[in-house]
Design a binder for this molecule. Structure first.
Ligand code: OFO
Length: 178
């Protein structure tokens, strides 16, 4: 049985992961409007991944006999001045999420919740990747400055992301490798 403190903290994390889904979906719309279909594709994959993250916590709570209470989502930004500003926001958001995962790890230690550890370690590793990817895009966009050709190339590169995780609503369809 999951302890109340951890259940409530994971419930809150479901909200954070769904807000990640929501903000990245807004970025999909923004990038399509800018004719940056490669970036839109990358963010579409990312939004899908965030829904899976939310469902990992959702399933963990259910599997341990807890109840899930979905909370209101915050209204997040829906437009950006430039692709660079959007990617900077994504990087900053991932740093915020890393902080939240670290808080959950702290709670698991304080509560001696050993059953939560494998999931939280998975997320700790995942956040290294999430920060790395968004920071890389920021650095590339800073490198090209106002070059249209450069933007075209970065967009092309981001459009090559391959993502085949299965449905976020089917636990059997997604794996720990997401
Ligand atoms: Fe769920 O990792 Fe990004 O936000």
């Amino acid at each position: 049985m999951i302890a109340k403190r951890m259940r409530e903290a994971m419930n809150l994390q479901i909200k954070h992961e769904l807000e990640s889904y929501y903000i990245y979906l807004s970025m999909v719309a923004y990038f399509h409007e800018q004719n940056l279909d490669g970036m839109a594709h990358w963010m579409r994959c990312q939004a899908h991944e965030e829904m899976i993250h939310a469902m990992k916590f959702f399933d963990h709570i259910i599997d341990r006999g807890g109840s899930v209470k979905l909370l209101d989502l915050k209204q997040l930004k829906t437009s950006w001045k430039s692709p660079l500003e959007a990617w900077k926001d994504a990087y900053e958001h991932e740093q915020f999420i890393t902080g939240k995962i670290n808080e959950l790890i702290k709670i698991s230690r304080e509560e001696n919740d050993y059953n939560a550890e494998p999931l939280l370690h998975w997320f700790a590793n995942e956040q290294i990747e999430e920060e790395k990817n968004t920071d890389k895009a920021v650095k590339e966009l800073e490198m090209i400055g106002n070059s249209k050709e450069g933007l075209f190339m970065v967009d092309r590169e981001l459009g090559t992301r391959v993502f085949t995780p299965g449905s976020p609503l089917d636990p059997a369809a997604y794996t720990q490798a997401v």
